[in-house]
Write a protein that binds this ligand. Structure first.
Ligand SMILES: [Zn+2]
Length: 76
């Protein structure tokens, strides 16, 4: 399912992760020579990609977004 990018964050290993409108996250690594996404390494490049749609395989699999799963797991 296509979902627009709403923002970016770095993971624990310093790789860029796109936040999607559905609540899922997807790595958008720049790892030459396998994956060329030089745009992700610059603020301006990332800003250009806000709103661009990515295919979200986790939506296709009907997976709950991470933040909803985390909230559901919290019990007082
Ligand atoms: Zn999704």
């Amino acid at each position: 399912m296509k979902q627009p990018i709403t923002g970016f964050q770095l993971d624990d290993e310093g790789h860029w992760v796109a936040r999607l409108a559905c609540g899922h996250r997807q790595h958008v690594r720049h790892q030459p020579p396998f994956t060329h996404r030089l745009w992700v390494t610059t603020e301006a490049g990332r800003a250009e990609k806000i709103g661009v749609e990515l295919d979200c395989p986790r939506c296709d699999a009907f997976e709950w977004p991470d933040h909803i799963v985390a909230q559901a797991g919290q019990r007082d």
